[in-house]
Design a protein around this ligand. Structure first.
Ligand code: HEC
Ligand code: HEC
Ligand code: HEC
Ligand code: HEC
Length: 376
């Protein structure tokens, strides 16, 4: 008994070393976990939501069958101590001793793994997020060009544009804070995830070279643009996902945009208000002919990303005890858990680092992938 505790502790420490992150040091249990006693507790307190086979009763309730015992114990303690928040679980666990929590964890950990959800019930989307973005972009092609290179004066190119800026601009039209044009009808009905796919598609398109603007003096514009390079990048190629690239942009659109800031139709607290019309035209003429390139964006597929996740969550690594099995887990629960890490609502410095860069569409892709995989 003492030996098995030692082995578990040693494994826990090994996990710390290999995962480069220390999980909570488990406290010495006062007695070995009793899965039979745990079953009685589960029949009384948990069956309605987790079943006696460890299957979540509804979407959003995690499956518990065959999870590592230490992970289940740690989670229950986290709910009890407020490190994870869930009203019902806080309530239940606050009435239970640590030994009782170990017992019920041992019961669920000892159950046979569940078979994954029927994959035919939710067919995997045949297209990648990038391809779906391309499909959605057909509705925008008449104005913005099929690949996001606009040829109409006054219509901005979207090719190569920074993805966070694209999202912010779209949201500004939708919530009415950007009243420069009636773009809202084109965007209404697109979900947040649709917009992310569009942003991803446009960001990865190569911006085309432009002819000289029919107005302005690009050389004079070059001098004036020194004040802009700090944010918009040298030559107008932005390296910040939230700041738009200006290189290769339609010059008439750029004049309209700068006039909109000047007239406070668009809000932006930089010194643009002080520019004359002539200066604005010169700046636009300069940027229009600067070479641009696609925003740096590596469109990963969920499958490619999962190879990284499997270093910790894969069949071999899951034995370390502190890392939950995510294969075969409830899809809705996986989405909720990943968003909670990303948005800092669930503590785990390790997982926060992992998930913070992921968009909602990537989280959905990962959840789909793992929920349909058989547990190890
Ligand atoms: C009212 C429904 C309900 C009841 C009753 C309930 N749970 Fe849960 N349980 C949930 C939900 C929902 C979550 C996910 C909460 C979250 O997002 O953190 C959860 C999460 C958990 C987790 C974390 C799983 C993971 O993968 O991180 C464990 C462990 C757990 N429950 C064990 C229990 C035990 C043991 C009992 C009985 C003592 C119990 N639960 C009773 C609904 C319930
Ligand atoms: C009828 C023509 C038209 C269609 C269709 C259209 N747009 Fe636009 N779009 C414009 C014009 C014109 C502007 C510039 C408006 C302004 O001055 O703010 C613009 C601006 C934008 C901007 C802001 C770009 C920037 O650099 O700030 C985004 C983002 C955008 N459109 C996305 C879309 C998407 C996504 C679709 C398809 C779902 C779409 N548009 C369909 C004409 C169109
Ligand atoms: C402090 C950083 C900063 C500086 C300096 C700056 N900008 Fe910007 N600029 C931004 C950000 C951020 C946005 C996006 C604002 C928004 O959402 O409307 C933007 C938007 C723009 C746009 C609209 C682009 C589009 O696609 O709609 C133009 C045009 C522009 N800036 C030109 C300039 C010029 C010209 C200068 C120099 C005279 C300049 N900016 C200086 C940060 C900056
Ligand atoms: C370096 C190791 C490591 C990597 C890599 C990693 N995870 Fe985790 N993951 C953990 C640990 C440890 C936990 C438990 C944290 C906690 O207690 O909240 C966890 C928890 C989770 C959970 C919550 C499961 C549950 O039952 O509540 C999900 C979902 C998850 N990870 C998904 C992923 C995905 C998807 C990736 C890849 C993008 C990934 N993880 C990469 C170590 C890792």
């Amino acid at each position: 008994m003492k030996g098995s505790v030692m082995i578990r502790r040693t494994l826990g420490l090994l996990a710390c070393a290999t995962l480069a992150a220390c999980m909570q040091e488990p406290q010495e249990p006062t007695q070995p976990a009793d899965a039979q006693a745990g079953r009685l507790l589960a029949e009384r307190d948990c069956v309605g939501c987790h079943g006696l086979d460890g299957h979540g009763a509804a979407p959003g309730i995690p499956h518990l069958a065959a999870q590592p015992q230490q992970y289940l114990t740690d989670s229950l303690l986290a709910y009890r101590d407020g490190r994870r928040t869930h009203a019902a679980l806080k309530d239940l666990t606050s009435h239970m001793s640590e030994d009782a929590l170990r017992d019920v964890a041992a019961f669920y950990a000892g159950l046979p793994p569940l078979s994954p959800a029927d994959p035919s019930a939710e067919p995997r989307p045949a297209l990648t997020p990038l391809e779906q973005g391309q499909q959605l972009a057909q509705a925008c092609a008449d104005c913005h060009g099929a690949d996001g290179n606009s040829t109409q004066p006054g219509v901005p190119s979207l090719a190569g544009q920074q993805p966070l800026y694209f999202m912010a601009a779209s949201r500004a039209y939708l919530n009415g804070t950007r009243g420069t044009s009636d773009m809202k009808p084109a965007l209404v009905g697109l979900s947040h995830i649709d917009l992310e796919k569009l942003a991803l598609f446009y960001a990865s398109q190569a911006p085309a070279a432009r002819d000289a603007a029919p107005f302005g003096n690009p050389l004079a514009g070059a001098t004036l643009s020194a004040a802009c390079a700090g944010c918009h990048g040298a030559g107008g190629v932005s390296h910040d996902a939230a700041t738009p690239s200006l290189a290769g942009q339609d010059p008439q659109y750029m004049v309209n945009a700068l006039e909109a800031y000047r007239g406070h139709v668009r809000q932006h607290d930089v010194m643009l208000a002080e520019r004359t019309r002539e200066e604005i035209e010169n700046i636009a003429a300069f940027y229009a002919v600067q070479p641009s390139r696609a925003a740096e964006y590596q469109p990963l597929t969920p499958e490619a990303l999962a190879e990284k996740c499997d270093r910790c969550h894969g069949a071999g690594a899951a034995a370390s005890g502190g890392v939950p099995v995510i294969s075969g887990q409830d899809r809705t629960y996986l989405i909720m858990a990943l968003r909670a890490y990303r948005d800092d609502r669930r503590e785990s410095s390790l997982m926060h680092k992992m998930s913070m860069i992921y968009s909602d569409s990537m989280i959905e892709g990962l959840a789909h992938l793992y929920s349909n995989q058989p547990p190890p």
